[in-house]
Design a protein. Structure first.
Length: 168
């Protein structure tokens, strides 16, 4: 089978993120501390800093994964491929994936891309591009003669690095 090695040709797992639902005035139990009641994530999702995360170890292209996220949107809460804004969040995402799939067998799609303008990276959720952890010489547009052939970013797990790389 011949592949066109752009963001629509290779398959990776994905991790989604959605804003957590703020706590309402209804108390579940007086015995639970307020920190536990502050945010509520759907079943099988994990809360971190007011957002809910979930890893899906399924094969999808970046474009398919991006569309798949929309299926998990609830009301005004929109699920997107993960955006990472700090070292701590990067470690959290790494740990979340590793807790579900020890050894992290694959690379993970994230919402960072330069689809609209080459070398102008942006998150699919529209948040500020204020953090990166590029691996080695990344972003490098790989082996392609046309830089526009590499647009989608993945978390590249190599020797527990958890760094970013542009898809080859």
């Amino acid at each position: 089978m011949i592949f066109n090695w752009n963001c629509c040709a290779a398959f990776y797992g994905m991790i989604l993120m959605v804003q957590a639902f703020p706590h309402t005035n209804i108390k579940i139990s007086q015995a639970l501390p307020e920190s536990i009641l502050s945010y509520s994530c759907p079943l099988f999702w994990t809360e971190y800093e007011g957002h809910c995360y979930r890893y899906f170890p399924i094969n999808k292209t970046w474009a398919e994964a991006d569309l798949y996220c929309a299926e998990f949107s609830i009301g005004l809460k929109s699920a997107k491929l993960v955006s990472i804004h700090s070292w701590e969040e990067n470690v959290f995402v790494y740990d979340l994936v590793n807790s579900r799939v020890p050894g992290i067998p694959t690379d993970i799609w994230m919402g960072l891309n330069d689809l609209r303008q080459e070398s102008n990276y942006e998150w699919t959720d529209g948040s500020l591009y204020d953090y990166n952890y590029w691996d080695g010489n990344q972003p490098d547009d790989g082996i392609h003669s046309k830089p526009e052939d590499e647009d989608c970013v993945q978390i590249w797990y190599r020797y527990s690095s958890g760094s970013f790389t542009v898809l080859e």
